[in-house]
Design a protein around this ligand. Structure first.
Ligand code: AMP
Length: 293
């Protein structure tokens, strides 16, 4: 049975005395946490399934965090589908759904003290969405403190978010393990996103360029960084790009043709009024080593 709780007090009760199994504080059962903003789809459920496989107690949070939305972004129109979400989570075998409202999450109003994402948070998404990652990390840290999971699962879909959360957990000694789950895509390649419902048929067709660009980039990885960028750009054609970047996965700084090993190809673009992101990890072979061999 899935317990739906709306306040911190209810959450604590669900996680301690009343809980059928204990997790973190009460023995050797692992507690897993999946954080979401709701409007759930198969991408979210992949995180839940992974948590279910590895943890005895699974908690899913649903919270649309105002702190991570900038002025003019889609906070007000972000889809909110709590009943359908709970039904999906019940079917997926989730123990506790934690769905606080803004007042329950920020009882003192906007927090005066926040997590600063630092320079990693100013690149890529952060350059287009100033303050986004400070707001995101602040709520992620709060949820980690409130649920205190052994393991928390995040999608590779939001690659920069994942990198920042890993870094926060490392830098601030947060006692939780962070696990990444690969991107879940529709049959046509489009990465699943709660925002895909905003797309018109034409926008959706155009948006397929993103996953095609990621696939083309992957194929060119053995020819070096410039070849990857060119291959991806060729697929993107005239889409309204915010950025296409091929970066070191740790520093998120652009790679050059001498770069060897893991890299991350990321893209963000607008289709009508909808902004979509996609990415793929790849392993770069330096362009020069090919020429020499
Ligand atoms: P959101 O509700 O968009 O904040 O996403 C909640 C979590 O689900 C984040 O860790 C996302 O990275 C992850 N997620 C969203 N879409 C996908 C997807 N298509 N594949 C894998 N994970 C995803």
């Amino acid at each position: 049975m899935t317990l739906v709780v709306r306040t911190r007090a209810e959450l604590e009760r669900a996680l301690t005395a009343d809980a059928p199994r204990a997790g973190r504080s009460g023995g050797d059962v692992l507690r897993g946490l999946v954080m979401t903003m709701g409007a759930l789809h198969a991408g979210h459920i992949a995180l839940v399934d992974r948590a279910r496989q590895e943890c005895g107690v699974v908690v899913v949070s649903i919270f649309v965090n105002p702190l991570q939305f900038g002025a003019g972004e889609d906070l007000d129109r972000y889809p909110r589908t709590l009943d359908a979400d709970v039904a999906l989570l019940e079917a997926a075998g989730v123990d506790v759904v934690y769905a606080p409202d803004v007042e329950a999450m920020y009882p003192g109003g906007e927090p005066l003290v926040r997590v600063a994402a630092g320079e990693l948070g100013e690149r890529l998404e952060g350059a287009v969405r100033p303050g986004h990652f400070d707001g995101m990390l602040t709520v992620v840290l709060k949820l980690l403190q409130q649920v205190h999971p052994d393991v928390s699962y995040f999608g590779q879909k939001d690659a920069q978010q994942l990198a920042l959360i890993r870094r926060m957990v490392f830098d601030l000694d947060v006692p939780a393990r962070i696990e990444a789950v690969p991107i879940v895509r529709d049959a046509d390649g489009l990465a699943l996103s709660s925002r895909n419902i905003y797309l018109s048929d034409d926008d959706r067709r155009a948006a397929l360029a993103l996953s095609r660009a990621m696939a083309a980039g992957e194929l060119a990885a053995s020819e070096g960084a410039s070849a990857v960028r060119l291959a991806a750009l060729a697929e993107l054609g005239d889409v309204q790009l915010d950025y296409l970047a091929l970066v070191d996965p740790g520093t998120l700084l652009e790679t050059d043709d001498a770069h060897e090993g893991p890299a991350l190809l990321l893209v963000a673009a607008r289709f009508g009024s909808t902004r979509l992101i996609d990415n793929t990890p790849l392993v770069l072979v330096p362009a020069t080593s090919k020429a020499l061999s």
